[in-house]
Design a protein around this ligand. Sequence first.
Ligand code: SF4
Length: 408
Amino acid sequence: VVPFERPAGPSPRHRTVGVRVGSVMVGGGAPIVVQSMTNTDTADVDATVAQVAALARAGSELVRITVDRDEAAAAVPKIRERLDRLGVTVPLVGDFHYIGHQLLADHPACAEALDKYRINPGNVGFKEKKDRQFGAIVELAIKHDKAVRIGANWGSLDQELLTHLMNENAASAKPREMRWVTREAMIQSALLSAARAEEIGLGRDRIILSAKVSAVQDLIAVYQELARRSDYAIHLGLTEAGMGTKGIVASSAAIGILLQEGIGDTIRYSLTPEPGGDRTLEVKTAQELLQTMGFRTFVPLVAACPGCGRTTSSVFQELARDIQNWISTSMPEWRRTYPGVENLNVAVMGCIVNGPGESKHANIGISLPGTGEQPAAPVFIDGKKAMTLRGPTLAQDFQALVLDYIRK
Ligand code: SF4
């Protein structure tokens, strides 16, 4: 027998220079930061304040807002002020495209209220104009002591750079190989822009890089290379991830693999919400990824089996759902009352096959009776069978036991 010696866990974190964004550290060994972005019109102060507050309360540690025109820029300081009054201190990131240099220069209160400026090097202009406009934003970041994210994006790639690389490689690369040239253009766009920002005088401890792509394998390749070539703090995210399970699965696959390789200091799930859907889903999903991979803890984890032909009654599914919902709604209060509660593991299992075993691995677990089993549900606390529940109040009784465990 060959002993299984390989330690479980991710590769050591890629070493990056830490960047302070308001009160939050990104990179430099700090915990991986969860962030998100509003989809309200920033000029609508009420709607934007409400959504930023909801995202922050759901656990978003940075929130990005679109700053696309004068009205939006003028609203930013009002949004900051209203959030402060509500006690929502989450740092705000301004998302700028095309005319960021103008908006930041014309609205100094906006430039001051934001904690980070996102620049897209693909749409700040061409040639001398690009240099001037990019330089103007960087100078304003230096003046206001703000962090900058240089965010290259597959959908708005620096065409000048792409054309240059295409021409340079046209002789050697076959047309179907040109995809790697596009990936290279993404990497170079981010790195050359960062180098230019440093040349202008922005410290490396004020620069975060991202190079977002919408295809999983491309994204992994681009970020691996970005990390290999630099020590800038890294913002990870699959752009245009899509709706529903597709967006969640694709983002989790890409971000999860990179995090496992030690790459990534802050993550965002760019999920397309259902019309009128819950924007905070992207925050909860990001938290769940970090927690299930063991990077951070946010809420107690509920392990539940999928159920099968041995769980034909609905008792098991209902209990698993009720416990999950109860924990989610109780967390804001529990976090204040019971420090460390987020480390709790609860198991809700459907039958005797894996129920007792899995329940023993949890802090507290219950193994419900499957079809044909005795109508009794053993409860395991800290790995030992503590009691057996039965009867119509079984769900409430188990809930009371979980709360008792948390209190103790
Ligand atoms: Fe089915 Fe039991 Fe396994 Fe759950 S633990 S999936 S009920 S066999």
